[in-house]
Design a protein around this ligand. Structure first.
Ligand code: DAK
Length: 264
């Protein structure tokens, strides 16, 4: 499907593995500033890949200069309280990412600011190029992060760094983001998409139900206490023994061969 503000691509897997869905934010003149049109399209593209049985993982990326420089300030500037409250600003089309059950990897180069940083943090993990810069500069505009930044950033980097970034608006470079645990790895700029696709292809080689349930369980760690989380994990772990892929994975290990997962 053709979008105005996005490019999408399906990258086939090797040896019958599931394919990777790539979504590239594409408003280059505005550094991928996130307006309603883009967010509506993003929700649509993610839902389409999530529903596609041939896709095992999604990579969300931007340009070399910007993953996304935040919510579109021009579009927001004239909003009043009733516009954002009654119109469910943010909630209406930004929450689609939370509904995606397959893994979503953010491949971030350049600016990931404001809503752009929040969008990256809402993905399952972030691979950063050396050029990546993360920040929550909303305070400079007389607002605060409104798409999860005050909640996800402290969970990722701890209270002190989160307060520092949210209150002073300073940016964090890729090296600091990796030290702080905001990103899983930093790679050379020119390797960003290849590294993200390699991680996605690795995930696509595993059994999809176990991948989806692993994602579900790790996310549960952020929603609940330890005892409830471990209990949830145990139930899901037990459930996986009902899958054909658990039998296949273990038989393949015993037979010293590659498993042929059916994603069932
Ligand atoms: N919105 C709209 N346009 C943007 C933009 C943005 N966030 N960021 C950049 N642009 C545009 C610039 O206006 C410029 O357009 P032209 O002047 O060429 O027409 C073009 O992109 C190139 O930008 P620059 O010329 O500024 O490029 P530089 O390399 O000099 O600087 C920069 C890059 C990223 C440092 C700078 O552009 C910048 O500071 N941008 C703004 C970053 C920012 O403040 N981001 C946070 C936005 S606020 C809410 C929930 C969530 C949010 C709000 C409300 N509620 C629930 C109510 C989220 C808010 C945000 O994300």
């Amino acid at each position: 499907m053709d979008y105005e503000n996005l490019l999408t691509e399906r990258r086939s897997g090797a040896d019958g593995a599931l394919a990777v869905g790539i979504v590239t934010l594409h408003r280059p003149k505005q550094l991928n500033a996130l307006n309603d049109g883009l967010m509506d399209e993003l929700g649509h593209a993610l839902a389409a890949f999530d529903a596609d049985e041939g896709i095992g993982c999604i990579v969300l990326t931007g340009s070399d200069k910007a993953f996304a420089a935040g919510a579109d300030i021009g579009a927001m500037a004239s909003y009043g309280y009733m516009d954002v409250y009654l119109g469910q600003y943010i909630t209406r089309n930004w929450e689609a990412l939370r509904e995606v059950r397959k893994p979503v990897i953010a491949a971030v180069a350049g600016f990931a600011l404001g809503g752009g940083c929040e969008l990256a943090m809402a993905c399952d993990f972030i691979i950063a190029a050396e050029s990546a810069k993360f920040g929550q500069p909303e305070i400079k505009l007389g607002i605060i992060p409104g798409a999860g930044g005050t909640q996800r950033l402290p969970r990722a980097v701890g209270k002190s760094k989160a307060m520092d970034m949210v209150l002073t608006a300073r940016m964090m470079d890729a090296a600091e983001a990796e030290r702080a645990g905001l990103v899983s790895r930093v790679v050379p700029n020119e390797r960003l998409l290849d590294e993200a696709l390699a991680a996605a292809a690795m995930i696509c080689g595993y059994s999809l139900p176990s991948v989806m349930m692993a994602k579900q369980c790790v996310n549960r760690a952020f929603e609940t206490g330890l005892a409830d989380g471990v209990s949830h994990e145990r139930s899901v772990f037990h459930a996986l023994f009902a899958t054909e892929d658990q039998k296949e994975g273990m038989a393949a290990f015993a037979g010293k061969r590659k498993p042929a997962f059916k994603h069932r």
